[in-house]
Write a protein that binds this ligand. Structure first.
Ligand code: NDP
Length: 275
């Protein structure tokens, strides 16, 4: 077994994960000595594997589908953002040995939009498609940027309505089905459904966007997702979730190692890989 500090991403499936590549790049860039692996872990195996990992000296874990909600129950403490998200994607072992669950997805999205792509969220009119774990994770960081309004549209409308009720304290939020999306042009449309993973596009009404609208698919793929292809008909501001993946990883790396890596070099390296 390696003497290096050990980290891992747990998930199922996990074989296409870019996280080991990203974290090894961050380690090299910042002169940190660590090893990061991807481990196939099912929901049933999660608690045992998590405890074994830390008993054997592991330092930190990332969780991805389908483990983020279960991870909330498996840790000793939650940060505020993990409490809001009801999902954990980063686990940090504290000095007393207890496990702290955090969620870096929302901050990852906001950093990618605002710093890497200069998208202003303040006073913006935002449409979020989907009401699952990712939407839960991004709502609080988006609201902190004081948009004008957020509409959440979901295949199961009641889940969108529930999120609207839970989060609408400072900014008006509407929850609805796809066919009930208010007829207006949005400044930003976020696809937080998992439709792209099965090569599908949510059933969207006409007239939601113009050439000024930024469209962002949280999913990422080596080829354009159905949502990115759809949005490219109307706007040249079409993005996918690769930058979010890298920014959430940088935040996790910072929590573990106390040093913030630069993200631009790896964003460029992975973007070039797709050309
Ligand atoms: P969940 O399983 O929690 O939620 C899935 C959501 O997608 C639900 O709202 C579901 O609707 C909806 N949905 C699923 N299939 C369809 C479809 N065919 N048409 C319309 N709606 C559909 O997933 P997550 O919220 O965890 O993840 C959502 C997406 O975000 C995924 O693509 C994931 O890869 C991406 N993601 C990217 C990250 C990054 O770093 N770039 C980080 C986190 C997530 P219903 O409620 O009706 O079932």
């Amino acid at each position: 077994m390696t003497n290096l500090d050990r980290y891992a991403v747990f998930g199922d499936p996990i074989n296409h994960s870019k996280s080991p590549f990203i974290h090894h790049h961050f380690a090299e860039q910042t002169g940190q000595k660590l090893h990061y692996s991807a481990q196939q872990v099912s929901a049933e195996q999660f608690t045992t594997q998590l405890n074994d990992f830390f008993k054997q000296g592991g330092k930190g874990i990332n969780c991805t589908v389908p483990l983020k909600e279960i991870a909330c129950q498996a840790v000793d403490h939650l940060t505020h953002r993990a409490q809001h998200a009801k999902a954990v994607n980063t686990i940090i072992q504290q000095t007393d040995g207890s496990l702290l669950g955090d969620n870096t997805d929302g901050v990852g999205l906001v950093l990618d939009l605002t710093q890497n792509h200069q998208v202003s969220l303040r006073a913006g009119n935002i449409l979020i498609l989907g009401a699952g774990g990712a939407t839960r994770g991004i709502l609080a960081p988006l609201l902190a940027r004081t948009p004008q309004q957020i509409v959440i549209a979901n295949r199961t409308p009641s889940k969108a309505q529930q999120l609207a009720l839970e989060f609408a304290h400072t900014v008006p939020i509407i929850g609805c089905g796809f066919s009930e999306i208010p007829g207006q042009k949005f400044d930003l449309i976020l696809n937080a459904t998992s439709a792209s993973l099965s090569n599908q596009l949510p059933p969207l009404p006409d007239g939601l966007l113009n050439s000024q609208t930024t469209c962002y698919d949280l999913a990422y793929s080596n080829k354009a997702t159905p949502f990115v292809l759809w949005s490219q008909q109307f706007t040249d501001k079409s993005l996918d979730g690769l930058g979010m993946l890298i920014e959430q990883a940088a935040e996790a790396f910072y929590l573990w190692r106390g040093i913030r890596p630069e993200t631009q070099p790896i964003i460029e390296a992975l973007a070039n890989d797709r050309l």
